[in-house]
Write a protein that binds this ligand. Structure first.
Ligand code: FA5
Length: 348
C-alpha cells in the first residue's frame, strides 16, 4: 500500500477514535499513540528513508497535512470535553446566593481596655488631652523628677525591673507629669492631661497585686487651682464609674510628688455604705492616690510654682474593674481565659 493511502487510513482511524473519546485523558492517549515519538504517524514518517527522492516531497506534504489535521481534531475535541466537564461541575456546585451567610463571631475589647476607654472619654469631654508615655523609662524621670531623689526611703515602695542601673520599667505613670510639664507652654492655656498605660513593679502576685498592671495619671496645672477642683473632678469620675449616687471621701496620705496628698475612697457600690464583704465592712473602697502637685515637681520642670499650681492623681483601672464587676482576683485579667473575658461584652 502506498504510504499516502496508509496515512489517510491512519487519519480516518484516529479521527473516529477521537470522536468516541469521552475524557481529556483519552484524547491525550490518542495523541500519544498517533503523534507521539513511537506513534503510528511518526513511524510511517520514519519509513520515508526508503522512498524515492521524487516521491518524498509529496509524501512529506501529505504527512504534514495528516498531522496538522489530527492535531486540530484532537484540540477541538479536548476543548469541548473540558467545557462539558466545567459545565457539569458548575451545575452541581450551584450557589444559592439567597441563603443567609455564616455568622462571623465579633471580637471585643479586653475589659481593662473598656474601662480605660470609658475613663478617657470622660476626661476628653472635660477638655483633657491624652498623653502616652514609654513603658521603658529612665530612673531620673521615674523617680528623681517626681521628687524621689536617690536613696529616698519612699523608693522602697516601688521596686521594679531594671534594664541598666539607669533604665527601668516604669513603676507608675507619674513620670509623664514631668515630661508633660517641661514641654507645656502656659501662655497658651492651662495643662490638663491624662496618661493611661502599663506599669511594672516587683510586687508578689496575689489577688489584688500584679507585677504588671495599668494606671491612669491625671494632672491639671494652672493659676488658682484648688483642692475643691480635685475633689469635684474625682467625684465625677467615681459617679461615672460606679453610679450617680456615689460619694467620695479623701483621707490624708503621703506621696513625694504631692503635698498635701490623699487616698480617695468611694462609697461602696454594693452595700451603699452599710458595710459588706466587698468594702471589708467599712462602707468605703479605695480607688486612687492624689494630691496637690508639690512645688519641687513644678520647679524641676521649669514651671514657676509661685504662679502655677494644681493637682495630680493616679488610679488603677485593674482595681476599678475588679470593684465594678466584683472580680475577686486581679490575675483573671491576664490569663486570657475566653470564658472569663467574654462576660464583659460592651453594650452598643
Ligand atoms: C502611685 O503609683 C502614684 N504614682 C499615684 C499618684 C499619682 C498619687 C499622682 C498622687 C498623684 P500607688 O502606688 O498607690 O500610687 O498606686 C496607685 C494605684 O495603682 C493604686 O491605688 C492601685 O489601684 C494601683 N496599684 C498599685 N499597685 C498595684 C499592683 N501591684 N497591682 C495592681 N494595681 C496596683
Amino acid at each position: 500500500m502506498e504510504i499516502t493511502e496508509q496515512l489517510a487510513l491512519i487519519l480516518e482511524k484516529a479521527v473516529s477514535e477521537a470522536n468516541q473519546a469521552e475524557s481529556v485523558k483519552e484524547i491525550e492517549a490518542i495523541r500519544v499513540s498517533y503523534l507521539g515519538k513511537k506513534g503510528e504517524i511518526t513511524s510511517v514518517l520514519k519509513g520515508m528513508k526508503d522512498v524515492s527522492p521524487q516521491e518524498r516531497p509529496i509524501i512529506g506534504k501529505k504527512a504534514n497535512e495528516v498531522r496538522d489535521e489530527l492535531t486540530a481534531v484532537l484540540q477541538r475535541k479536548k476543548a469541548r470535553l473540558e467545557k462539558e466537564a466545567l459545565d457539569l461541575k458548575l451545575e452541581s456546585e450551584t450557589i444559592d446566593v439567597t441563603l443567609p451567610g455564616r455568622q462571623v463571631s465579633k471580637g471585643q475589647s479586653h475589659v481593662l481596655t473598656q474601662i480605660m476607654e470609658e475613663i478617657e472619654d470622660l476626661f476628653l469631654g472635660m477638655g483633657y488631652q491624652i498623653i502616652e508615655g514609654s513603658e521603658v523609662e529612665s530612673d531620673y524621670y521615674n523617680f528623681e523628677r517626681v521628687n524621689l531623689p536617690q536613696n529616698h526611703p519612699a523608693r522602697d515602695m516601688q521596686d521594679t525591673f531594671y534594664i541598666t542601673s539607669d533604665v527601668l520599667l516604669r513603676t507608675h505613670t507619674s513620670p509623664i507629669q514631668a515630661r508633660t510639664l517641661e514641654n507645656h507652654d502656659f501662655s497658651k492655656g492651662p495643662l490638663k492631661m491624662i496618661s493611661p498605660g502599663k506599669v511594672y513593679r516587683r510586687d508578689t502576685d496575689d489577688a489584688t497585686h500584679s507585677h504588671q498592671f495599668h494606671q491612669i495619671e491625671g494632672m491639671v496645672i494652672d493659676e488658682n487651682i484648688t483642692m475643691a477642683d480635685l475633689k469635684g473632678t474625682l467625684e465625677l469620675l467615681a459617679r461615672k464609674m460606679f453610679g450617680e449616687d456615689r460619694e467620695i471621701r479623701l483621707r490624708p496620705s503621703y506621696f513625694p510628688f504631692t503635698e498635701p496628698s490623699v487616698e480617695v475612697d468611694v462609697s461602696c457600690f454594693k452595700c451603699g455604705g452599710q458595710g459588706c464583704n466587698v468594702c471589708k465592712k467599712t462602707g468605703w473602697i479605695e480607688i486612687l492616690g492624689a494630691g496637690m502637685t508639690h512645688p519641687n515637681v513644678l520647679e524641676m520642670s521649669g514651671v514657676d510654682s509661685s504662679k502655677y499650681g494644681g493637682f495630680a492623681f493616679g488610679l488603677g483601672p485593674d482595681r476599678i474593674a475588679m470593684l465594678k464587676y466584683g472580680v475577686d482576683d486581679i490575675r483573671n485579667f491576664y490569663l486570657n481565659d475566653q470564658r472569663f473575658l467574654k462576660q464583659f461584652k460592651r453594650k452598643g
